[in-house]
Design a protein around this ligand. Structure first.
Ligand code: FMN
Length: 497
């Protein structure tokens, strides 16, 4: 059974002994960050945290607890998505994609249940009063200061909502988008929306601005864990994240009508901020913000959201994450995307064997990719292919290796890559769009990229010298040493064999 809500996820984590309830009063002003950062930097990502007595900026106790680092380990990420191992989801997608429409009727019938598997998960709009609207605070009564919205880092421009799904709609097609974008609290009922220019929410906003129409926005905190993750996934604009979450859950996501707009919101959310953006209004200064690069994002201008209602559960829990110098919780959300989307990448670049975006590369800075090289120049074909795929277009450095390199182990990937390259011959530069968070590019969101061909070089690629083998001990010697290991008196803590 899929987990339906944030509280169900918290209970499931607690049942595994992986949750620490912090009953000591802790300020939302940077103290939560310092504690969460120490946990996230510990081996395996540290425990999930539930701060039961957070204190607000003025020192008053918060009515609402704050949950942090719920997704911050491999096992918890898998638990959130209802699998033992994240690759299961990729394999499920691969199986669907490899379905070939068979010729025979019998074959077609055999296919039906699998097709139905995709079709049966569209979100459902629930009747009655949804959990996320047990309490409704409207217009003038809204005061965001009563919620535990943390200030993360010393130079941040203000308190930030960090683990939300921002719901918008394409004014042309009506397709919904849910994106995880940080949102700065500017005042009692005003927010700044940091959707970056390459993201779908920003595209919806540009389309609304062109029409000169007010844009309804809903910011959902909590809900079923698959939907929370789906908001961070780089889905094509035509795919509704709640449908994708339903596919992941193997159960539809339950939605409810917002109270002040015609958007649908997750019925099981803890808290929903409803509001609108008026594209005729001036942009507002957003930031600075201690970002997942490990550096501050500079302040810049973004749209202002007017909050028209806050709806919540009576005993709402505030979900939160922090970003900063990696590794952080977001590594695990991004890692889930890496595993889930690998089969989709293979669909257009079939020679890809595996890929990995190591934590220190913060996703867009570094991609290791291993390929089944079959012809000269193929590494360049692959890097160019990657730069042509959705948000992969923002990758700054792509390193292509042969299929025998375990790219999941960055030490191994660097070791092989640095051995295999003649820098002047194997490194290529090109230009393209650059991530909004990159502070080094020559222009805002525009700059250069580097592709490194770290595959073995072939004669046809102009390499005429002999290429050496990797050093590997022969199996017979290994077997003999295994047999005598126990007698040798060498204790390597179980690592000898
Ligand atoms: C914790 C976290 C915070 C994020 N903050 C932002 C943000 O402030 N702005 C943004 O554009 N993307 C942010 N992202 C990345 C987007 O969620 C991601 O690119 C997603 O694919 C966007 O959805 P979209 O493709 O529907 O626009 C964040 C991701 C995570 C995991």
């Amino acid at each position: 059974m899929a987990l339906d809500s944030l509280r169900a996820l918290i209970e499931a984590i607690a049942a595994r002994g992986d949750l620490v309830r912090v009953d000591h009063p802790v300020s939302i002003d940077k103290e939560i960050t310092e504690i969460a950062d120490r946990c996230m930097k510990s081996p395996g990502g540290g425990p999930a945290l539930l701060f039961t007595r957070p204190t607000l900026a003025g020192g008053a106790p918060s009515r609402y607890p704050v949950a942090v680092n719920l997704f911050g380990s491999g096992p918890r990420m898998a638990l959130a998505l209802g699998v033992e191992c994240l690759d299961e989801i990729g394999e499920r997608i691969a199986a669907l994609l490899h379905l070939k429409v068979p010729d025979t009727l019998l074959g077609k019938l055999a296919l039906l249940p699998q097709l139905a598997e995709v079709a049966k998960f569209p979100p459902k709009t629930a009747g009655g009063r949804p959990a996320c609207q047990e309490v409704v605070i409207r217009e003038g009564d809204v005061d965001l200061a009563q919620f535990p919205v943390p200030v993360c880092w010393p130079e941040d421009g203000g308190p930030y909502i960090t683990l939300a799904g921002v719901i918008t709609r394409d004014p042309g097609s009506g397709t919904r988008n849910v994106g995880m974008y940080r949102v700065q609290v500017l005042g009692k009922n005003e927010l700044a929306m940091h959707w970056q220019r390459h993201k779908v929410g920003a595209a919806h906003w540009r389309a609304m601005a062109e029409r000169g129409e007010r844009m309804p926005v809903a910011i959902a905190l909590g809900g079923d864990p698959a939907s929370i993750y789906a908001a961070s996934a780089p889905l094509p604009p035509t795919i509704d994240e709640f449908l994708f979450a339903g596919f992941l859950r193997r159960e539809p996501v339950r939605l409810a009508k917002a109270v002040t707009s015609d958007l649908d919101v997750p019925a099981e959310a803890e808290i929903v901020l409803e509001g609108y953006i008026d594209p005729r209004e001036e942009l507002v200064l957003e930031g600075p913000f201690g970002d997942h690069t490990g550096f501050y994002s500079l302040a810049d201008y973004y749209p202002k959201v007017h909050v028209t209602a806050v709806t919540l559960r009576t005993e709402a829990i505030w979900p939160h994450t922090i970003v900063g110098r990696p590794p952080m919780e977001d590594y695990w959300l991004g890692h889930a995307t890496e595993r889930i989307f690998l089969p989709l990448l293979k669909l257009t670049i079939p020679e890809i064997v595996d890929m990995h975006m190591p934590a220190a590369g913060i996703f867009h800075n570094l991609v290791f990719v291993s390929i089944d090289k079959q012809y000269p120049g193929q590494a360049y074909k692959v890097m160019n292919g990657l730069w042509g795929q959705g948000l992969m277009s923002l990758a700054k450095v792509v390193i292509v290796l042969d299929r025998d390199v375990n790219v999941q182990d960055p030490q191994e990937a660097w070791w092989v890559a640095l051995n295999h390259i003649d820098p002047e011959r194997d490194v290529r530069f090109t230009m393209g769009p650059i991530d909004v968070l990159d502070h080094s590019s020559r222009g805002f969101t525009f700059g250069s990229k580097m592709g490194i061909d770290a595959t073995r070089k072939w004669k046809e690629e102009g390499f005429t010298r002999e290429w050496p083998n990797r050093i590997v001990m022969d199996a017979e010697t290994k077997r003999r040493i295994d047999a005598m290991w126990g007698e040798l008196g060498i204790d390597l803590g179980g690592r000898g064999r």
